[in-house]
Design a protein around this ligand. Structure first.
Ligand SMILES: C[S@@+](CC[C@H](N)C(=O)[O-])C[C@H]1O[C@@H](n2cnc3c(N)ncnc32)[C@H](O)[C@@H]1O
Length: 286
């Protein structure tokens, strides 16, 4: 038993072992290439999931890692195809994902971030520097009028922000540990429209995966994309045409990392595993 546990740990660690910084090549990602000009402080980062792909980090702020161009493009396409009227983002960092979503919307995107994740830890107070970087990046992209920034903590701040009728689109990418993803989702669910789509980033991290299990228990369907951080679409009821189209696009060569079933299973992200976890009631909040 111990031997099995050890080999599991070793396998997980080996997933993080790939050296090398990916080349900064955005030619295949038209929208990312255009927006990147508004982010002069971003530099390449290889990410943390073990799938070595081009990620980004602010070279002065460090702390969090922004999503890959493929994931950012998928967020943009999801917003284009779903045409949400009331969109929310939890966890914006320097605004890379925010810019991709907002640039596809007719209305404003509400972004919630306390800007605490700087360097390698969570700080007590908002980093004014990080907040200003977000605002400057949005202005350089010409998106300042498309974004409503709320400098506060999810889920506590959510009730006072709810739009009439609730949100119909939520990208959840805030603090990834300490049960926070499950707390974010529990806080969010009462304020969603019935047809709302939730998109989660990083379910290869256990606390985020617990969030997926919670959504399964609440009757959501999931599609885990083959992207470096397993961007996951979650919806209730019938798959809409917009989401079907987005999921189909996620399978095209440009947007997929062709992740093997085994690697996904190593993170418990096979659909069977997720269903079994949900059936066992794991991550059920009291
Ligand atoms: C992984 S980063 C977001 C990256 C961004 N979505 C992107 O791809 O460009 C996580 C962000 O969550 C923020 N965060 C931490 N705790 C939070 C909370 N309680 N509510 C909202 N955001 C939070 C951090 O300040 C950090 O900026």
């Amino acid at each position: 038993m111990l031997k099995r546990a050890f080999s599991r740990v070793r396998r997980r660690l080996s997933l993080h072992n790939e050296p090398g910084l990916p080349a900064l090549d955005l030619r295949q990602f038209e929208i990312s290439e255009r927006l990147f000009k508004g982010f002069p402080f971003l530099e390449p980062h290889r990410g943390a999931s073990g799938i070595c792909d081009l990620h980004f980090q602010d070279r002065e702020l460090r702390g969090a890692i922004a999503c890959t161009p493929a994931e950012a493009t998928l967020l943009h396409l999801a917003a284009l195809n779903l045409k949400p009227q009331k969109a929310l983002e939890i966890g914006s960092y320097i605004g890379w994902s925010s810019a991709h979503i907002a640039s596809a919307l007719d209305n404003k995107l509400t972004c919630v971030d306390p800007f605490l994740e700087i360097g390698s830890s969570l700080m007590e107070e908002t980093s004014q520097c990080a907040k200003q970087r977000f605002l400057d990046n949005m202005a350089r992209c010409g998106l300042d009028q498309k974004i409503k920034l709320v400098c506060g903590k999810s889920p506590d701040i959510l009730p006072e922000l709810v739009p009439n009728g609730g949100w119909d689109f939520a990208f959840v990418d805030g603090w990834h540990l300490d049960d926070q993803p499950v707390r974010d989702l529990i806080g969010l669910l009462p304020y969603l429209q019935g047809e709302a789509v939730i998109i989660l980033h990083d379910p290869w991290i256990r606390d985020v995966r617990d969030g997926l299990v919670l959504l399964l228990l609440k009757g959501f369907n999931l599609y885990v994309c083959d992207t470096a951080n397993y961007l996951t679409f979650c919806w209730r009821g019938q798959l809409t045409d917009g989401l079907r189209k987005t999921i189909a696009m996620s399978k095209t060569d440009r947007l997929t990392s062709h992740i093997s079933k085994e690697r996904k299973a190593g993170f418990g992200l096979g659909l069977k595993t997720l269903d079994q976890l949900a059936a066992a009631g794991m991550a059920t909040p009291s």
